[in-house]
Ligand binder design. Structure first.
Ligand code: NAD
Length: 318
């Protein structure tokens, strides 16, 4: 199978590309290597894939319609795995137009090319953030997502709506995967697992937003990748599917896990919760189990140990 992976140099996209190559698929990776975080980290993420004969990397922007038209004209893609996005809830509050243009406009460009060039299946990254604050936990895919609480979340709801439109009008098979706080090697440096590990390792005070009772469903990268590959293979007509671990941990206990892995105590400074942050995320993964055979296997303790091993090798040495 020949797959276009957008956001291929990012955290999740680079792991998906590696996993596809490892099982024998051909991958064309697209990424604009923007500086939301250090592009050197993104180049490090694609280093191994670039030595693979079935990998081709293109540096470009999903907002560039001409580039996408050329890419699809010659690409002969069986599948698109669209994970490029401006991620990060807090920054979206400062730069809503940027999020709208990349996440909504970029997705629309890709859907348009996918339907023009007979792509079989379009799998894209949505997010647990679509559930906002008012839904019953654990979150189920049939919950109302009409009340997002950040521009980022609103763009994810819009992507889901556009994908449904393209399915309805053109029969394009689309699956939106709602990821729940993904962490692991190559993890994003703006996210809590990375930042907390860094601060604890360096003896730097750790800013804890809220009183430590907020809860997150942390999902290890290898579990997410297995769900993404299963969705690419399943070729479902139109579905939205949670990919979480299906368990939550409170912030205080999460910090305890990192302290134990790093072998150092955190110096905690409490701050007010940030607007746009959700008090809890918790996935009901029944649908993923039923439709994709998804079976998340990695505990937070195991996953953070693996993250820490990578962090010492790849970040600690810099
Ligand atoms: P990431 O920032 O590491 O990866 C995104 C990649 O997309 C980056 O390499 C970036 O350079 C690229 N990109 C951004 N704008 C682009 C553009 N205009 N054109 C081409 N490439 C562009 O983030 P990630 O954590 O790997 O997230 C991947 C996807 O999963 C995103 O859609 C994100 O919203 C979603 N998601 C992630 C999480 C998580 O916990 N990491 C949770 C929910 C949803």
């Amino acid at each position: 199978m020949r797959v276009l992976v957008t956001g291929a140099a990012g955290f999740i996209g680079s792991h998906v590309a590696d996993a596809l190559l490892a099982r024998g698929d051909e991958v064309v990776g697209l990424d604009d290597f923007n500086d939301y975080y250090d592009p050197a980290r993104k180049w490090a993420n694609v280093r191994a894939a670039q030595t693979h004969p079935h990998y081709h990397l293109i540096q470009g922007d999903v907002r560039n319609e001409i580039l996408l038209a050329e890419l699809f004209e010659t690409g002969s893609f069986d599948r698109v795995c669209h994970v490029a996005a401006m991620a990060g809830v807090r920054y979206s509050i400062e730069r809503p137009r940027l999020y709208e243009s990349v996440n909504v406009g970029g997705t629309l460009n890709l859907l348009e090319q996918a339907r023009r060039h007979d792509v079989t299946s379009f799998v894209f990254a949505s997010s647990s953030s679509v559930y906002g604050v008012n839904n019953a936990v654990p979150f189920r895919e049939d919950a109302d997502v009409g009340r997002p609480i950040s521009p980022y979340a609103a763009t994810k709801v819009a992507k889901e709506a556009l994908a449904h439109t393209y399915h309805h009008l053109h029969g394009l098979h689309c699956t939106g995967l709602r990821f729940f706080t993904v962490y692991g090697p190559r993890g994003r440096p703006d996210m809590a697992p990375y930042l907390f590990t860094k601060w604890i390792a360096e003896g730097h005070p750790l800013t804890q937003f809220g009183d430590g009772t907020s809860r997150r469903d942390y999902t290890f990268i290898s579990d997410v990748v297995s769900g993404v590959l299963a969705a690419l293979d399943a070729d479902l007509p139109y579905e939205l599917i949670n990919l979480g671990r299906g368990e939550t941990i409170c912030l205080t206990d999460f910090i305890r896990v990192i302290e134990s892995v790093v072998g150092r105590r955190a110096v905690i400074v409490e701050a007010q919760p940030k607007p746009g942050d959700m008090p809890i995320t918790h996935a009901d993964v029944t649908k993923a189990r039923d439709l994709l055979g998804y079976d998340p296997a990695v505990s937070v303790e195991e996953g953070m140990q693996e993250f820490w091993d990578w962090y010492q090798r790849e970040v600690g040495k810099r």
